[in-house]
Design a protein around this ligand. Structure first.
Ligand code: ADP
Ligand code: MG
Length: 184
């Protein structure tokens, strides 16, 4: 098997995790050994599962950083799937490159932009080195149009990484996304 890097990106609720689960399920039907990882920062719903907003799930191994993925991948593994990949630092670039060079199919899913419309963590470089990129849209909660933005509902917490759900974030189209920043 030739290794490669696939990236699935888009805003929250766009179906990134569903798409990752779809690809993983098909690989499992083909009897290929799959390992799924996610950063420990994503602890919503379940500690060791990758769960979509529509409640589909597959078992995942939580890791504290990208290097831990390298340590945990078995020789027999053909496919490595990583969800919420935007939460890793840039070490993830070297890690996925190394895995792909070893002949592994690497499937990454993550947010391309944060709620301020800024590139999220290692995503720019990851998208550059990817062999295959899928960018998907959600549905705007205001008007029903395709949505590429993640809008954070007004709250006290100003940190960029604020893990939360529908109570904190909404998918919005450009017209209904109104984060005001001097830079844009
Ligand atoms: P992501 O991983 O990109 O955040 P998920 O795969 O977890 O997305 O969830 C996608 C599912 O979320 C959809 O299939 C749908 O059931 C549900 N959903 C809830 N709100 C929305 C929305 N605004 N737009 C699209 N899907 C939504
Ligand atoms: Mg997801």
């Amino acid at each position: 098997q030739t290794g490669g890097i696939e990236v699935v990106c888009g805003p929250m609720f766009s179906g990134k995790t569903e798409e990752l689960i779809r690809r993983v399920t098909r690989a499992q039907i083909a009897r290929q050994k799959v390992q799924i990882f996610k950063p420990v920062i994503d602890d919503r719903y379940h500690k060791t599962n990758v769960v979509s907003h529509s409640s589909r799930h597959v078992e995942a191994e939580p890791v504290k950083d990208a290097v831990e993925i390298l340590q945990k991948v078995y020789d027999s593994t053909r496919i490595v799937a990583i969800d919420e990949v935007q939460f890793f630092d840039n070490t993830i670039i070297k890690v996925v490159s190394k895995l792909a060079r070893r002949g592994i199919r690497v499937i990454c899913a993550g947010l391309d932009q944060d709620f301020k419309s800024k590139a999220f963590g290692p995503m720019p470089e990851l998208l550059c080195i990817a062999d295959d990129v899928m960018k998907i849209q959600a549905i705007c909660t205001v008007c029903g149009a395709p949505a590429s933005k993640t809008y954070r509902l007004p709250s006290e917490n100003k940190k960029t990484v604020l893990v939360g759900e529908a109570d904190l974030y909404e998918a919005r189209c450009r017209a209904h996304y109104d984060y005001l920043d001097e830079d844009q």
